[in-house]
Design a protein around this ligand. Structure first.
Ligand code: GLP
Length: 241
């Protein structure tokens, strides 16, 4: 595991965008696993800039997002499809049909998750998976549990996640209670993993996830077992390392 601590959020974002750009440069038709949340917004802005400057092209890239709220219209301003269009897809040369987000609008959880897992396999598998960290150590929406979920699955969000994400909705009652997410097994199959975290609120979980015990109660701790992980954090999130 490679851990990089940058002084600022901007430097974290630039360094993470460079890791993604390098993957695309090496393999122009690579398969990228992408993440939502406030942490990657800066790195997506860097990729948009690089694309506009002609330094990187997404023409042949395929993307698969980690997760999506169950029951939310893709056009809802808090859906992860909307987030990806707004922060990346609408501003780069990616083909819309090459962008994939779990279909939160399909009420049949088994079908939605099964189709998503199969589509990832059919693409040849994830070359790089980008991850943010939930305050409780969740990755994607894999919440602390007594086991590591293997494939794309439907999860009940914990109160802590619902409360954390309610800041983006008009009220806590509007936050969906369930989500579809790649499983820990789906994530661990990616050839390379890139984790980003910033801010003092993440300092404790960064330490616990990467230097604590590997347990499903801290889902991100499983990444210690992956052969190619790069963690990039700003000084505040890396303060306890
Ligand atoms: C959400 C997403 C995660 C994300 C996490 C952290 O719950 N499902 O993929 O990593 O929040 O978000 P933030 O980057 O806003 O702290």
């Amino acid at each position: 595991m490679k851990i990089i601590i940058t002084d600022t959020y901007e430097e974290m974002s630039r360094a993470a965008a460079d890791v993604i750009a390098e993957c695309v440069a090496e393999k122009p038709d690579c398969v990228l696993g992408l993440a939502t949340g406030s942490t990657p917004i800066g790195l997506y802005a860097c990729l948009v800039e690089d694309n506009a400057a002609g330094k990187i092209s997404f023409k042949d890239v395929q993307t698969f997002n980690l997760d999506e709220y169950r029951g939310l219209d893709p056009k809802h301003h808090q859906s992860y499809r909307y987030f990806m269009q707004d922060n990346l897809f609408d501003h780069v040369d990616i083909a819309p049909e090459n962008t994939h987000v779990p279909n939160g609008f399909n009420p049949d959880a088994e079908a939605a998750c099964g189709e998503y897992e199969a589509a990832i396999e059919a693409s040849g598998g994830l070359d790089l998976q980008l991850l943010g960290l939930g305050h409780n150590g969740h990755i994607g929406f894999n919440e602390p549990a007594d086991h590591f979920p293997v494939t794309t699955n439907c999860v009940q969000l914990t109160e802590s996640t619902i409360n954390a994400n309610s800041r983006l909705f008009d009220s806590v009652d509007e936050v969906p209670r369930e989500a579809y997410t790649m499983g820990i097994g789906t994530i661990m199959k990616a050839k390379k993993i890139l984790v980003v975290a910033n801010g003092e609120g993440k300092a404790e979980i960064v330490k616990k996830a990467f230097f604590g015990l590997v347990v499903p109660q801290v889902p991100a701790s499983v990444l210690q077992l992956h052969p190619d992980v790069t963690v990039i954090v700003d000084a505040a999130a890396g303060a306890l390392l």
